[in-house]
Design a protein around this ligand. Structure first.
Ligand SMILES: Cc1cc2nc3c(=O)[nH]c(=O)nc-3n(C[C@H](O)[C@H](O)[C@H](O)COP(=O)(O)OP(=O)(O)OC[C@H]3O[C@@H](n4cnc5c(N)ncnc54)[C@H](O)[C@@H]3O)c2cc1C
Length: 394
């Protein structure tokens, strides 16, 4: 054991590609890269299973990504047992009017501690990716087409890696976007949210995710996403510029909502918190960012790709992980690592997600300016035609 540690201290481990981060973006990227002959390492600071603060709603498009890589892995995802199928979303407006949107494609809620481990385990078991779990990447040096990166393992031993390409999938607070990209936090394009696990909420509907729009707390929403055993993931998120403007504490706001809201206070009266209330940031995809450059590509939250309206990011993380892998495979097969060639990845991401991000950001801004419009929208959505139109675009 000691000999191996000493070896790691001395050696620079060489790979074609190093993926930093084993969340949905990094794991999906590794799965796609496993279909090439490239030598790939995945460096992950946590040891799985690890938690990730999230609403735990795995959106429909996430299922399509895996299917586009391998129907066998998609089957595993479809039949993952630690999940709760979701068939509809219910939107409850500030005046308590509501409407329900039914989903016809597969989607479910699954605790991220389970779902992320499930994906990571496929990488571990079904691919030749070399996995370095418990290794915290700390420094990156890009030099003449060769990247040198180093990190420390749980015993504080330094490990050094070398690769032609780095794929930064290390999430919202990772170091790749800070050291390699030029994405600066902008509160107009950033949300913050808190979540907790709660048991015994009255009237919990299995199969329905609930979104409450709360007076005084717009634009943003309070959610109840059902899990198994009468539990739910509940949370509240808002755009960061409004949080600062209103000097809000999201944890206090969440408690206030479930204690004072006319219907929620009844539903939460006999409920029990099974976790602390924890918060995390959501970097939104509502502005164009540079997500590739000399020797690197960024994906998922590291590339700031969360949907501005719904706060969904797992599907975007998985798609961008797949596209980064496809671009990397092209770079190696054509031996072309030019910055301009890597930009094809940026183009693909923004061609696919750009229109949705722009539309949803525009809706967010209108709601932010005219919050009472929400009541009108929920009223209108009770009309079948308008509802089916909205179903198409959510
Ligand atoms: C409160 C909240 C609720 C949300 N709800 C939903 C939801 O219901 N549905 C949805 O689709 N999206 C939701 N999101 C967004 C979603 O969580 C993210 O978009 C998604 O996790 C992005 O995946 P990722 O792989 O890019 O990053 P992550 O899942 O954050 O994974 C990054 C990985 O990188 C590792 N890492 C970080 N730094 C280093 C380092 N230095 N060295 C090595 N490894 C490192 C981390 O340990 C982690 O495993 C929510 C977000 C928040 C904050």
């Amino acid at each position: 054991m000691v000999i191996i540690d000493l070896e790691l201290i001395m050696k620079t481990l060489k790979f074609d590609i190093i993926i930093v981060g084993g969340g949905p973006a990094g794991s999906t990227c590794a799965l796609k890269l496993s279909q090439s002959n490239l030598k790939v390492a995945l460096v992950e600071k946590a040891t799985f299973p690890r938690d990730k603060i999230c609403g735990d709603a795995i959106p429909g498009p996430a299922f399509k990504v895996l299917n586009s890589i391998s129907p066998t892995w998609a089957d595993l995802m479809n039949n993952f047992s630690k999940s709760q199928d979701i068939k509809s979303s219910k939107i409850i407006s500030t005046n308590n009017s509501n409407f329900t949107i039914n989903w016809f494609t597969k989607s479910y809620n699954s605790k991220r501690i389970d779902f992320d481990s499930f994906l990571f385990d496929i990488v571990k078991q079904d691919t030749l990716t070399e996995i370095f779990e418990g290794v915290n990447l700390k420094s990156i040096k890009v030099n003449n087409g060769t990247n040198l990166i180093s990190g420390t393992d749980s015993n504080d031993n330094e490990i050094q890696f070398q690769s032609k390409l780095i794929i930064g999938a290390d999430g919202a607070n990772g170091i790749c976007s800070k050291k390699l990209g030029s994405i600066k936090m902008d509160k107009n394009h950033h949300c913050a949210a808190v979540r907790a696990y709660v048991k015994d909420i009255k009237g919990l509907e299995k199969g329905t995710n609930e979104f409450y729009l709360i007076k005084g707390f717009t634009p943003g929403y309070f959610w109840i996403f059902p899990l198994d055993h009468e539990k739910a993931n509940i949370g509240f998120g808002m755009i960061s510029n409004k949080i600062s403007e209103k000097r809000l504490s999201l944890k206090k706001a969440l408690k206030e909502i479930i204690s004072n809201h006319p219907t929620l206070k009844e539903r939460f009266r006999n409920s029990t918190f099974e976790s602390d209330i924890k918060g995390f940031g959501l970097p939104l995809g509502s502005r164009f960012a540079k997500i590739s450059g000399a020797g690197f590509m960024l994906c998922g939250d590291a590339a700031s790709l969360i949907d501005p309206l719904q706060g969904h990011g797992i599907d975007k993380a998985m798609w961008s992980g797949k596209w980064a892998a496809e671009q990397a495979i092209k770079c190696f097969s054509l031996n072309n690592f030019d910055v301009d060639f890597l930009k094809d990845y940026d183009k693909k991401v923004y061609q696919k997600f750009g229109p949705e991000f722009r539309r949803n950001y525009w809706i967010l801004k209108i709601i932010s300016r005219f919050p009472t419009l929400l009541n009108l929208i929920t009223f209108a959505a009770q009309n079948r035609l308008i509802k089916s139109f909205m179903q198409k675009f959510t």
